[in-house]
Write a protein that binds this ligand. Sequence first.
Ligand code: FES
Length: 337
Amino acid sequence: MIVGLLENRKTTPSPKADARLRLRVTRRQECAQGIAAFDLAAADGGELPAFTAGSHIDVYLPGGMTRQYSLRNNPAERHRYCIGVLREAAGRGGSAYMHDRLKAGDTVETGRPRNAFELEDQAPFSVLLAGGIGITPILSMAHRLSALGRDFAFHYGARSMLRLAFRDEIQASAFADKVRFHLDDGPAEQKLDLAALLSNRRPGAHLYACGPAGFLDAVIAAARNAWPSEAVHREYFANAGRPNQAIKDRPFRVTLASDGRSFEVVPGRSIVEVLGENGIEIQVSCEQGICGTCVTRVISGVPDHRDLVLTEKQHAAGDRMTPCCSRALTDELVLDL
Ligand code: FES
């Protein structure tokens, strides 16, 4: 988650300071054009909170910036968190700070690992697809599946060999024989043929994809016929405005199940903003519907889902929502708050 990088904005209080970790940068390496890798460890060298494949951490940077980075290392490791950071030319400064200022020996504050891109590690077969910096959570999944002795296929696409991060690490791994590299500027025969790859599904197989929106859209389209939605897992870098955002926002009322207080959410305001102004804080991170931090249970009413983190099935069930960006299709939403 999230990726190598999710640029985001914080307008509401971040997690309590005591939930934060103070980590030391133990290693920094330029691992591809525009991509820097960082290893983070506890300042006292002790064990870090455990994580599962697909997890990410929030990194708190000066100026109130929070950025999210997927952990790419083996989840069995307790001594470090490994992240990869793509320098975003059009970013708002988070990736530039990481690239230009953060060096080995520095201290940085992070959140604890969270997972919005979980691996079904008991599946008999998995297909792992990574585009660009989307390699980071996929790598962690490959480590986990490999450690369990599960069968999987791993395809990693990049614009060019220069942009292919962690190649040495992958080629030295126990799963090197399962990985195929695909370069946009390479010969036609090595290009990733998603239609052919995803035209069939082995019984019980799960599919994971992380990368730019265009890549994920192509994966989802190619998988649509043979793969049920519950077997397709994807993680976006940013929410460019999808599901219902072409529909004009309408006002609605949000009610707290705990004490019955109700608040009007007008077009242009989010539930998180309105509740925050009234002293009800919901923990947020990305505020774009991609990290899952704010997911809240819905007691009644029908959410207008605008996120990219809940599955189609969860959207259809309507019993939870992301109040950072999602709205209501009914006049009132009662939330479990
Ligand atoms: S804060 Fe990330 S999904 Fe709502």
